[in-house]
Design a protein around this ligand. Sequence first.
Ligand code: ATP
Ligand code: MG
Length: 350
Amino acid sequence: MKTYRIAVIPGDGIGKEVVPAAIKVLDQAALLDGRFQFEWTTFPWGCEYYLETGKMMPDNGIELLKQYDQIFLGAVGMPNLVPDHVSLWGLLIKIRRELQQSINVRPAKLLQGLPSPLRQPNGFDFIVVRENSEGEYAESGGRIHSGQDEVAIQNAVFTRKGTERAMRYAFELAKTRNGHVTSATKSNGITYSMPFWDEVFAQVGKEYEEVGQASNHIDALAAFLVMKPENFDVIVASNLFGDILTDLGGAIMGSIGIAPAANLNIEGQYPSMFEPVHGSAPDIAGQGIANPIGQIWTGKMMLDFLGYQDMGTRILDAIEQTLAQDIKTPDLGGTATLQEVTDAIINYLT
Ligand code: ATP
Ligand code: MG
């Protein structure tokens, strides 16, 4: 039997509640499957660790993480006690950058038993592939002059290597799905980076003639995702555009509490990191009512990445059966607890 060593960082707030719930589901999946098992090692890093030690994670944290197959993360943040830039740059962004997790993948799918706020009759099922390491979030720029003459300059950095990598991942993913890729662009307003983005999309697209291809400006694309989300399969986007589109995806699914995500090191030299879209939700932490579905679906993405897509599908089926029975946490309009939702998913997992 294959054993996967997983580094677990529950983090803060509801991360500490939803991660153990998802681990229970994944252990049950492993038991049912019989081909693999998980060995979980928990690291108590995050904002509490910061308040005690002055650091979000120890200095050798990245080296420790490199020894594991994958990383399973809850959420990090205590907005009242630790400034966001400290918690983000001290842990999340540090791990994403140093372990070269250059692709961020976020599915948005209308689950059975869940009406979207849009009440789409045709449902939808698309995945955003976001470039996760450069683009508009490159740390390049500065401020010059002062007073009324002050100028802030922020450079976007698009490398051919990074852009091609995102495009190629999107096309390969589309081949395993409905065979269509939409590129998010804005080459009518952004005059250097986005025309380059379009060029690379067209060029990589030539290698994938069997895959349908379209290009939409980001403003129109945002509107289409609300009006006609069923038209999309895979969307490839830069760091900033992908960030915005994936929050939109979470919203039209019905709750940010169910939205899954993965930060992938597709070259495989370092572990990838699986973390849901939502944060530490301090407003509901400690009450046992957080929705565990985002973290559990994120665990399904880890199984998919490890090559157990069949078991991943069975987890998603169990989630949908639970929702169809109206077993829902308050964020979805229900009255069930985190424990009740988790138990129901384990019960439906066969
Ligand atoms: P952070 O700074 O950690 O990113 P945030 O405040 O920016 O946190 P979230 O923690 O995602 O963002 O919270 C946004 C809103 O969504 C909050 O009202 C929170 O209660 C709700 N929410 C987030 N995750 C869940 C969940 N799993 N179940 C229920 N509600 C959730
Ligand atoms: Mg946040």
